[in-house]
Write a protein that binds this ligand. Structure first.
Ligand code: DGJ
Length: 537
């Protein structure tokens, strides 16, 4: 009898734990197919409709405001820092209570998390190193500038710093593996905007010795040199191989190598997708590295990062630059066959919302403006609403169809246009049809240019033959047959306005007459979803 009870108990416990603990397969992961990428969460493509909280908001007192802002924003993912100085207050003694609070509350609010490991680097400095390290500048030194003075940035060549960071990060990942059975955490950012401001590289005697030594063979591979626009060479020191970019490339190698080791130690415990983020440089003018943060994953050194830190899954741009052409260029530079596109930060301004469409159309995995919460300023409910509104309206439309958007993006079925600073009309080639988009906030004439700032945008999903899902605002769209049907006449078979619900389009009304004649359906201030079918006559 006792044996039978024990046997039944074993089966029951096994069944219960099988329900409570997702299978190992459910660990979030990045997959690629034919140069396109997807972030799989619970086994299927997921798009991060995210928001990043302020730097000092990863504390329990700040969390209620954060959950409420996320809910109002219709976001599905929170990016929040975890702080080395809090996690390891004394060397070797770890405190994961904040992580546990966060996991518990994220579960209650059904929000996924991207944790930001603020450790050796935060915006080029080491201000999140624990106190016990800050007090030992000799053991964990800053880098030395060209004139011999220390710079407010950690040296990337110091093993003691790297080993300490590896230990803390792997302890955190080990803890996550055991504590986050529901996989609230879907990705981890290793460090934050690493590199150095104020010196292109470390000029300490030890660094100088390495600089005069040979370039690591991984960087001398013809494909890597080609991507760096450097002539092929079999061997040499940094200056000989890389000429006037040598200082920057040297710094990049050591920053990336360090972070690659930290990430590898963490992945050995728990292999979540991991990325590094970049403080950008102007993408057009190839400026000198003394004018931006040197050593981080800026567009020109992506090939170095890929060799030095292969364990980092992707490099991601933090978009604070301005100008539509500039931002579109940046986005294109991080959308690569070997680099999934993810925008982990962008300035919280209404005129940056439109880039969400570009990221989706490129099959990106997520988008997350910076500055979600009121940062302890006690904003009034109206002010919070006003702050969240530009992203909230867009996320409201997309949240119920997030899984479909992620899948369509992965399959290459999304195309988009973003209003340019000159408001010019744009076209999208749909094979048998051409879509023509003009920007003007719903005015009747296709040629009106009234959006100021230029915030119009439109996205088309190829649903099937002659059938499209169209989303956007501040623009209008019309179509014409092209190719072999160019001379045929056509009309709308049906135009429906609606929204997504549980994976399916729900029509609210059919648009016809004034709403589709005279230049095609219009999209006003609030983004809308239309399902449009066309027919040749
Ligand atoms: C970029 C950094 O990565 C963030 O942590 C934050 O400091 C923002 N800049 C502030 O604008």
């Amino acid at each position: 009898m006792k044996k039978t009870i024990a046997w039944i108990t074993t089966i029951l416990l096994g069944t219960i734990s099988a329900f409570c603990q997702p299978a190992n397969d459910d660990v979030p992961k990045l997959v690629s197919n034919d140069g396109r990428h997807a972030l799989l969460v619970n086994g299927s493509p997921y798009f991060i409709l995210g928001a990043q909280a302020h730097n000092s908001s990863g504390w329990p007192a700040m969390l209620p405001g954060i959950w409420s802002a996320l809910e109002q924003m219709n976001a599905n993912t929170l990016e929040l820092p975890v702080y080395w100085e809090q996690i390891e207050p004394r060397q070797g003694s770890f405190d994961f209570s904040l992580v546990d609070t966060l996991l518990a509350q994220a579960g209650e609010h059904k929000i996924h998390l991207v944790l930001l490991w603020f450790a050796t680097w935060k915006n080029g400095s080491n201000h999140y190193m624990p106190e016990w390290m800050k007090r030992e500048a000799g053991k964990y030194p800053n880098l030395t500038g060209k004139t011999g003075k220390p710079v407010d940035s950690p040296s990337p060549i110091i093993d003691a710093t790297m080993e300490a960071d590896k230990k803390a990060f792997s302890a955190m990942m080990k803890h996550l593996k055991n504590a986050d059975l529901q996989h609230a955490v879907i990705m981890v950012q290793v460090e934050n905007e690493p590199g150095a401001w104020g010196s292109v590289r470390d000029y300490s005697p030890a660094a100088q010795k390495l600089f005069e030594g040979p370039v690591p063979s991984g960087l001398l591979k013809p494909a890597v040199l080609h991507d760096l626009h450097i002539p092929e060479v079999a061997a040499g020191n940094w200056e000989k191989v890389f000429g006037d970019r040598a200082d920057e490339y040297f710094q990049t190698w050591y920053v990336a190598r360090f972070i690659g080791h930290v990430a590898a130690a963490g992945k050995a415990e728990y292999p979540l997708p991991m990325y590094a983020n970049a403080a950008l440089r102007d993408p057009f003018s190839n400026p000198h590295a003394d004018s931006y943060e040197s050593g981080g994953p800026t567009d020109n050194v992506i090939p170095i990062w890929k060799v030095a830190a292969p364990v980092i899954d992707l490099l991601a741009p933090d978009i604070y630059l301005t100008g539509t052409d500039t931002i579109l260029k940046v986005i294109s530079l991080y959308d690569l066959k070997d680099n999934a596109l993810f925008v982990p930060e962008l300035g919280w301004t209404a005129n940056r919302v439109k880039y969400l469409y570009e990221v989706l159309a490129r099959g990106g995995i997520g988008f997350s403006p910076f500055g979600l919460d009121d940062n302890g300023q006690h904003f009034s409910p109206d002010k919070i609403r006003e702050h969240l509104a530009p992203f909230a309206t867009e996320y409201a439309m997309m949240a119920p169809m997030m899984r479909e958007l992620a899948k369509w993006g992965f399959e290459g079925k999304i195309k988009s246009v973003i209003e340019r600073d000159d408001h010019a009309d744009q076209t999208i080639d749909l094979g048998e049809w051409q879509a023509m988009i003009s920007f003007g906030g719903g005015d009747r004439k296709v040629s009106d240019k009234v959006n100021n700032p230029p915030n119009g945008k439109l996205m088309i999903v190829l649903l099937g033959e002659n059938k499209y899902l169209v989303m956007g605002n501040l623009c209008r769209i019309t179509f014409k047959p092209i190719g072999k049907n160019a001379t045929r006449s056509w009309q709308y078979l049906k135009v429906e306005e609606g929204h997504y619900e549980q994976g399916a389009f729900k029509s609210q009304r059919i648009l016809n007459g004034d709403e589709t004649d005279w230049g095609g359906p219009r999209f006003g201030t609030t983004p809308a979803v239309l399902q449009i079918s066309l027919i040749l006559r």
